[in-house]
Design a protein around this ligand. Structure first.
Ligand code: ZN
Length: 128
């Protein structure tokens, strides 16, 4: 219900977000991931993974370890609308090179790390 309301408010331009969090107990099948969805895998109340599709349009499946005993590790904080803030930033070193922050559900691209999708969309290539 809250998610439905959040989507409505987003359509009305009241709420800004690119991603909303969904809780799951098991690691999701990569094929089941949807754009704009961040799956937080928690087992017995312990958060283990944050899974989502790379917002760069490359479609890469990203799984961030939330296990605080391991490195690298990330932290996910959800607000009232379940908009995630992820710390530290996400830097794809293997697949696509996308580098971004997620703050309050919004993707913030690091300078010079915009995905190629963006530059193709308007026919220009940024020289940052
Ligand atoms: Zn990417």
């Amino acid at each position: 219900m809250r998610k439905w309301l959040a989507r409505l408010l987003r359509q009305l331009g009241v709420l800004r977000f690119d991603l909303l969090a969904t809780a799951k107990e098991t690691f999701p099948d990569p094929a089941s991931l949807k754009p704009r969805e961040l799956v937080v895998v928690a087992d017995a109340g312990i958060r283990k993974w944050a899974c989502f599709l790379c917002p760069g349009g490359c479609g890469a499946h990203i799984a961030l370890s939330l296990n605080q005993a391991r490195r690298p590790r990330w932290q996910v904080v959800l607000d009232f609308w379940r908009r995630p803030t992820i710390d530290p930033s996400v830097h794809q070193t293997n697949q696509c090179g996308c580098h971004f922050f997620i703050r309050s559900g919004c993707v913030e691209w690091c300078q010079g790390c915009m995905p190629s999708l963006e530059s193709k969309a308007d026919g220009t290539i940024k020289a940052t």
